[in-house]
Write a protein that binds this ligand. Sequence first.
Ligand SMILES: NC(=O)c1ccc[n+]([C@@H]2O[C@H](COP(=O)([O-])OP(=O)(O)OC[C@H]3O[C@@H](n4cnc5c(N)ncnc54)[C@H](OP(=O)(O)O)[C@@H]3O)[C@@H](O)[C@H]2O)c1
Length: 266
Amino acid sequence: MVEENIGSIEPDFSLKGKLAIITGASMGIGKEIARAFAAAGAEIIVTARTESKLIELKEEVEKDGGKCHFLVNDITNINQIQDLADFIREKLSEEEKDLVLVNNAGFGFTKPVLEVTQEDFDLITSTHLRGTFFCCQKIGEIMLERGYGKIINLGSTWGYTTDAKKAPYCMAKAGIAHMSRAISTEWAPNGIRINTLAPTGTVTEFTQKTWESMPERAKGILSRIKLGRFAYPSDHLGAAIFLASSASDFITGQTIYVDGGFTAAG
Ligand SMILES: NC(=O)c1ccc[n+]([C@@H]2O[C@H](COP(=O)([O-])OP(=O)(O)OC[C@H]3O[C@@H](n4cnc5c(N)ncnc54)[C@H](OP(=O)(O)O)[C@@H]3O)[C@@H](O)[C@H]2O)c1
């Protein structure tokens, strides 16, 4: 077990000496978390399905003096999750580091219940539930061997409250938060901390297009965000760094909502 920083009045938010894996880092929130983790001192491994965007990110991080590896990886494929775990072991054999895993890869859609197909349902569950679970299992196994690790799963305010046309997504994100709580109880004795970071509506390439095509819906969501604006990926970085760093070492099984007051309003 890593020595804990008990009694210090200076919480340590640095990510130096950590190897952080961020899934779905080719764009959006995951990309910004990856850049922020590298800036905070972590060596990073970024994954997604689009190689060109991962190469761009690696170049960007390394230009700023960071250390970045990438692996093209689809989290709906369990064999590829095992490949990611093998890749991490290979990197750890070069240098011992504490592990941080951010299960960020995901997507959403807005559809009335009667229009949801089996294919839609399977993709939502194989990405968010099965993908997140097996990333926790395969990479968590390496953390367990080492007696320390931090897992951050991306939830959503739709895992707490709901809206029309979001049933499969709400179900998946509620599942991620509850799964994280359940794993936290099993792995806390072994030094693994696992929490959920739950954003509200966040401006990305994808959401921007969606909200432009559904202005009434965007207005409805915005009216529930009491700080009066949508989030940006940068709004999530403080919570992500906190949960990855030793400053949060006594926190596990929690969901942190980064939501401008959305869930407080119900
Ligand atoms: N934006 C929001 O309003 C919002 C709100 C609450 C929660 N979230 C959650 O936050 C996370 C990031 O969302 P975002 O808005 O940043 O999404 P985004 O901009 O669409 O990016 C999603 C990322 O996930 C990757 N990805 C998707 N499916 C994948 C798969 N099967 N295997 C590997 N990588 C995959 C994508 O890359 P490739 O396509 O290259 O694979 C991309 O890098 C998601 O879990 C989302 O549900 C988002």
